[in-house]
Ligand binder design. Structure first.
Ligand SMILES: NC(=O)c1ccc[n+]([C@@H]2O[C@H](COP(=O)([O-])OP(=O)(O)OC[C@H]3O[C@@H](n4cnc5c(N)ncnc54)[C@H](OP(=O)(O)O)[C@@H]3O)[C@@H](O)[C@H]2O)c1
Length: 250
């Protein structure tokens, strides 16, 4: 007998990602979409009574942490897609979830290909003299640099430090040469005709090693949304990214 479907609510259901997530959950018998919330609705008050076990949150950059707190306060597991939740904020959500014996996940990018780029960048971090990141998105994207680019810089810097290699060389001071995060320059483009692109350019004398991931539409988020939501339904505490999802499946 198939297990009972997992009840899920979508917060930000009228947005681009929210609409796509609703289609993913509606089209799969493992899920029961019990509520769709848009802006202006009193969703934090209604969520508890909705019967949702998971709330998929995709609203406006910067709101993810507060919404995560509200979802946990309603006794529901948050799956936060919204950009801009800091590592410290994930730690606070983790503490709140454990207090309530709940779990959840903050996933800045659901694309499995983008996750593989992050892992490959960690591997490359120790082996080159320099690195710069480039991300490109559609002009409607509000935040820059993207959450994925910031996460990529954080992971490269951490892997570099752990390897014992010397820090990367001097970073640019002119704005046109990128915004420096975790000691790594990030260049952000906002262009029509682009959906989402992430590149990591590693270089040493005589060689250039480029990692590039390109998405042309939200379909690429589908498999990662399903894997993350399945993980979210049973995990303890709140994790960041897809690492814990794949570690649990290994
Ligand atoms: N994790 C990932 O893989 C991934 C992928 C794509 C996007 N994102 C992130 O997900 C977020 C949403 O992206 P999007 O492209 O779907 O943006 P979007 O099309 O602008 O959709 C956001 C939706 O959330 C609504 N909203 C705003 N504040 C709200 C609130 N307090 N309560 C409920 N709904 C609220 C907005 O309503 P109004 O239009 O009325 O303001 C809009 O319908 C962004 O932060 C984006 O960077 C993450």
């Amino acid at each position: 007998m198939n297990p009972a479907p997992i009840a899920v609510a979508v917060v930000g259901a009228a947005g681009r990602l929210g609409q796509f997530a609703c289609r993913v959950f509606e089209g799969d018998p493992r899920w029961r979409l019990v509520a769709r919330y848009e802006r202006g609705e009193r969703w934090p008050d209604e969520l508890r009574a909705s019967g949702a076990q998971i709330a998929f949150e995709a609203t406006r950059a910067g709101l993810g942490f507060e919404h995560g707190r509200q979802i946990l306060a309603a006794g529901v597991r948050p799956l936060i897609a919204t950009s801009g939740v800091s590592v410290d904020e994930v730690g606070e959500l983790d503490r709140l979830a454990r207090e309530r014996q709940l779990g959840g996940l903050v996933v800045p990018n659901f694309s499995v290909g983008a996750w593989l780029l992050l892992r490959a960048a960690e591997l490359a971090a120790a082996h080159f003299e320099q690195v710069e990141l480039l991300e490109a998105h559609h002009p409607r994207k509000a935040d820059a640099p993207s959450g994925t680019a910031l996460e990529c810089a954080r992971r490269i810097a951490r892997a570099r430090a752990e390897s014992g290699a010397a820090p990367f060389g001097a970073q640019p001071s002119a704005a046109a040469r990128g915004d420096v995060r975790d000691g790594i320059a990030i260049h952000a483009l906002r262009l029509p005709g682009v959906y989402a692109r992430q590149e990591a350019h590693f270089a040493s004398a005589g060689e250039l090693f480029v990692l590039r991931h390109e998405m042309n539409g939200p379909e690429a988020f589908g498999p990662g949304i399903v894997l993350a939501a399945l993980h979210c339904a049973r995990c303890s505490g709140v994790g960041l990214g897809l690492d814990g999802v794949f570690a649990a499946r290994a």
